[in-house]
Write a protein that binds this ligand. Structure first.
Ligand SMILES: Cc1cc2nc3c(=O)[nH]c(=O)nc-3n(C[C@H](O)[C@H](O)[C@H](O)COP(=O)(O)O)c2cc1C
Length: 366
């Protein structure tokens, strides 16, 4: 065994100390993880190109030259150029009626202002491309695509010195991306928060690692402890990509109502549903997800139609701070999120527990 089981080829690719990647929408969390020796990828799929540019500068001003990543969604299924109004007009009446039934039954407040989905990169391909242009222009160290293969942008990214990572839920997607030449593949299992396929983390990480060759594999889905990190490395991964772990941390800007629910939650409190965005997604159970599971419910629409249909419920619940209605993406590892710790402490606790695990199992050299 090498001196340090946590020093992996992902650490070498990035020049970071620990193979821990935080996926977050919160810039303060990202900066804290980066400055603690980990790596962070900021989710920017909902932001305008101008906001993305400002966020990149904000991070750069605080990390002393350390690398970071930005994540977009680039789904091939998104319409080429359709406007929000054109897409909204295609939502069937039956689905509108079901939405209205839920809104009335639970007395869901209307959003304080109209939900702005105009900038969601998954709305149409032109928006996703405009966001991507900023990342290339700014030479962001890592460009990650959480939805949709990033293979088409490899040449442009590599010419500018940017690494490209793709997130997959199937081994065949990983194979295609590895063959195309991505710099790392995030193998994400069913346990994960947010959009996820139906293959378990244990299975996908092992399968993708087996075909990866020299490409680093990053394990995702349900990873919230140092034991998970150690296990992921044993399966062949070179690091972990984590989302749920950071939602309730001290720096996180997530609503305190959700933070408290996460700290109290276990895997059973999450559900896998395509009723929010039209893609299957793991979230905390809420009336919206449970109503769409009923036998008389219409089949949820595809993305981006279902995303538009659910937006008043999601935004109204958040604006009204209705604990009984609110939801958030959450993975099955949430049971180990039991405190609102600073992000720095989460990194160090994870490292210490992983090293302790390796020591327990095989004994680390003195
Ligand atoms: C609140 C939240 C929002 C997310 N949104 C996105 C997103 O916009 N794009 C993306 O690629 N992944 C998104 N994810 C998924 C994460 O990238 C990551 O794959 C997932 O959280 C890993 O599983 P874990 O939460 O069990 O660690 C989100 C996760 C959370 C917790």
């Amino acid at each position: 065994m090498s001196q340090d089981p946590l020093h992996t080829k992902l650490c070498d690719q990035l020049g970071v100390e620990y193979p821990i990647v935080a996926f977050t929408h919160c810039k303060d969390v990202a900066v804290s993880v980066i400055n603690s020796g980990g790596f962070a990828v900021l989710g920017e799929a909902m932001h305008t190109p101008e906001d993305i540019e400002a966020d990149i500068k904000w991070i750069r001003d605080r990390v002393d030259g350390r690398p970071f990543g930005i994540d977009l969604v680039l789904p091939a299924s998104a319409p080429a150029e359709a406007s929000l109004d054109e897409i909204t007009a295609k939502i069937p009446e039956s689905h509108r009626e079901y939405e209205q039934m839920i809104m009335k039954k639970y007395d869901v407040p209307m959003p304080k202002q109209a939900v702005d989905l105009h900038q969601w990169g998954g709305l149409n391909q032109a928006l996703g491309r405009a966001q991507l242009e900023v990342l290339l222009e700014e030479r962001v160290p890592v460009i990650a695509s959480g939805l949709g293969s990033p293979a088409f942008l490899l040449d442009a990214a590599h010419e500018r010195g940017c690494k490209v990572w793709g997130l997959v839920g199937r081994t065949r997607q990983a194979k295609r991306q590895i063959e195309a030449g991505v710099d790392a593949v995030i193998a994400q299992g069913f346990d994960a928060a947010g959009h996820t396929g139906d293959m378990g983390t244990l299975s996908i990480v092992a399968e993708v690692s087996a075909i990866a060759g020299d490409t680093p594999i990053i394990a995702a889905g349900g990873i919230t402890t140092g034991r998970h990190l150690a296990a992921a490395l044993c399966l062949g991964a070179s690091g972990v990509w984590t989302g749920t772990l950071w939602l309730a941390c001290r720096e996180s800007d997530v609503d305190m109502i959700i933070k408290e629910r996460l700290v109290a939650a276990s895997a059973d409190d999450t559900t896998w549903s395509d009723s929010i965005s039209g893609f299957t997604m793991r979230v905390l159970k809420c009336p919206w997800t449970e109503e769409w599971k009923k036998p008389d419910a219409p089949r949820p629409l595809e993305s981006p139609y279902q995303m538009i249909l659910s937006s008043d419920y999601i935004q109204g619940s958040n604006d009204g701070r209705r604990a009984d209605l609110m939801t958030e993406a959450s993975g099955q590892g949430v049971g180990f999120v039991t405190e609102m710790k600073p992000a720095r402490q989460i990194v160090f606790d994870m490292v210490e527990e992983a090293l302790g695990t390796f020591d327990d199992v095989v004994g680390l050299p003195e």
